[in-house]
Ligand binder design. Structure first.
Ligand code: NAP
Ligand code: GDD
Length: 351
C-alpha cells in the first residue's frame, strides 16, 4: 500500500466512475474501483480514457454486504465515492424492487460497513436532482422539497436520508452531492442525450434514417460529467460534511437538445424525428433546473462546458466512432453491447 491518499469508487465502470478515477489519478490518488461480475466485463470506459491499467479493480456487488466489507478491507480508503446504482429511471419502473435494493438499501450496507471497518472514511453519496421530481418550484436548491416521481428517485431519497442519518447519529463524514443531469461521450446509450448523438451520427452516415424518442417536452439542466466529478472531490475536502446542489443553472427540453444536435451534425431536423409511446414513462419529471449557488460559494465549483459545447462534443464523438467502425478499426466502444445497435452492426458484418 502506498503513502498516497486512497479512494474507493463504487461503480468505476460507469460514466462518472471513469471520469472520477481519471480526475483522482491526476490528483495523485491511489484509485481502487469496484466492478460486478458480469458474463461479459464492461471496462470500455476505463480503456477509452486510457486509465484501465492505472486503477485497481475489486469485485463487489451492492446487494452483498460481505463483498462491500471485502472491498473496504482490500483498499483501506480515505475516501469512498458511492456511484454504483441502477441509474436508469426508465428501468426502475420495470425493476422497482431491484432498484430499491441496489440504489437505496445498498447505501445502508455501505455505511454500516464503513462504520465498523473505519469510521474515519469520508463518504460521498451520489444523490440526484430526480429527488425534486414533480416539484415545479424552480430553481431547485438544497432547501427545495423533494417530490420523487419514480422508483429510482424513491430509492435515491432513501439513500439521501440514510446518509444524513449516519452523519448525525455516528458523526461520520458523509455528504450528498445532489447532481443534476450530466452527460458525455461516455454516457450510456439508453440515456436520451447519447441516444440522440449516436442516432444522428448514424443518420449523417446514411446508416439510419430517423431518431425515435419519447417525451420531447421534458426539460433538463444538462452539464458535462467531466466537470461534475470535481465537485464530488471538493465536497470531501471541506472541514464540515454538507450537502450540495451541482448544476449549470440552465434548462433545455429534449426537443432543444435534438435540434442543437442536428445543428452540430449539420443535419436538417425536419423529417428525421419520430415519437414512439414505448419510450414514454408511466410518470415523468417535467422540468429540472438547479441553483448551484451554495457550491459556487463554498466549494468554488463552477461548470466549464456550456450546453452547446456539450452537444457538439457528444455528436462529434459518436460521428468519429461510427467512422472508425466503418474503417474496420477496433477501439473501446459500447455499441456492441446494445440490442438497439445489433441490427445495423450485424447487417454490415454480413455484407
Ligand atoms: P452509470 O453509468 O449507469 O454507472 C452505474 C455504475 O453502477 C456502473 O459501474 C454499474 O456497473 C454499477 N452497478 C450497477 N448495479 C450494480 C450492482 N448491483 N452492484 C455493483 N455495481 C453496480 O451511472 P452514472 O451516470 O455514472 O451515475 C453515477 C451515479 O450518480 C449513479 O448512482 C447515478 O444514479 C447518480 N447520478 C447520475 C447523474 C447523471 O446525470 N449521470 C445525476 C445524478 C446522480 P456495470 O458497469 O456493471 O453496469
Ligand atoms: N432515456 C430516454 N430515451 N429518455 C427520453 C427519450 C428516450 O427515447 N425520449 C424522451 N426522453 C426523456 C425522458 O422521458 C426524460 O424526461 C428525459 O428525456 C431524460 O431522460 P434520461 O436521459 O433517461 O435521464 P433522466 O433525467 O431520466 O435521469 C438521468 O438524470 C438523473 C438526474 O436528474 C439519470 O442519469 C439518473 O441516474 C440521474 O439521477
Amino acid at each position: 500500500m502506498s503513502d498516497s491518499r486512497r479512494a474507493l469508487i463504487t461503480g468505476i465502470t460507469g460514466q462518472d466512475g471513469a471520469y472520477l478515477a481519471h480526475f483522482l489519478l491526476h490528483k495523485g490518488y491511489e484509485v481502487f474501483g469496484t466492478f460486478r461480475r458480469l458474463s461479459t466485463p464492461n471496462l470500455w470506459r476505463l480503456q477509452a480514457l486510457g486509465i484501465f491499467d492505472r486503477v485497481k479493480l475489486i469485485p463487489m456487488e451492492l446487494i452483498d454486504s460481505a463483498s462491500i466489507t471485502g472491498a473496504l478491507v482490500a483498499s483501506r480508503p480515505h475516501e469512498v465515492y458511492n456511484l454504483a446504482a441502477q441509474s436508469f429511471v426508465g428501468a426502475s419502473f420495470e425493476q422497482p424492487v431491484g432498484t430499491g435494493n441496489v440504489t437505496g438499501l445498498a447505501v445502508s450496507r455501505l455505511l454500516e460497513c464503513i462504520r465498523h471497518v473505519d469510521p474515519a472514511i469520508r463518504f460521498y453519496q451520489a444523490s440526484t436532482s430526480e429527488l425534486y421530481g414533480s416539484n415545479p418550484d424552480i430553481p431547485h436548491h438544497e432547501g427545495t422539497t423533494f417530490m420523487p416521481a419514480s422508483p429510482y428517485a424513491a430509492a435515491k431519497l432513501y439513500g439521501y436520508w440514510v446518509t444524513r442519518v449516519y452523519r448525525e447519529a455516528y458523526d461520520l463524514f458523509c455528504v450528498n452531492g445532489i447532481l443534476f443531469n450530466h452527460e458525455s461521450p461516455l454516457r450510456g446509450l439508453e440515456f436520451v442525450t447519447r441516444k440522440i448523438s449516436n442516432a444522428l451520427a448514424k443518420v449523417k452516415l446514411g446508416l439510419e434514417d430517423k431518431v425515435v424518442l419519447g417525451n420531447l417536452d421534458a426539460s433538463r439542466d444538462w452539464g458535462f460529467a467531466g466537470d461534475y466529478v470535481e465537485s464530488m472531490w471538493l465536497m470531501l475536502q471541506q472541514d464540515q460534511a454538507d450537502d450540495f446542489v451541482v448544476a449549470t443553472g440552465e434548462t433545455h427540453t429534449v426537443r432543444e437538445f435534438f435540434e442543437a444536435a442536428c445543428q452540430a451534425a449539420e443535419l436538417d431536423p425536419a423529417g428525421i424525428l419520430e415519437v414512439d409511446p414505448k419510450f414514454m414513462r408511466p410518470l415523468d419529471v417535467d422540468i429540472l433546473l438547479g441553483d448551484a449557488g451554495k457550491a459556487h460559494k463554498l466549494l468554488g465549483w463552477r461548470p466549464k462546458v456550456a450546453f452547446r459545447e456539450l452537444v457538439e462534443i457528444m455528436v462529434r464523438a459518436d460521428l468519429e466512432r461510427w467512422l472508425r467502425w466503418q474503417r474496420g478499426e477496433q477501439f473501446p466502444w459500447d455499441a456492441f453491447n446494445y440490442p438497439s445497435e445489433m441490427n445495423i452492426l450485424s447487417r454490415a458484418m454480413q455484407v
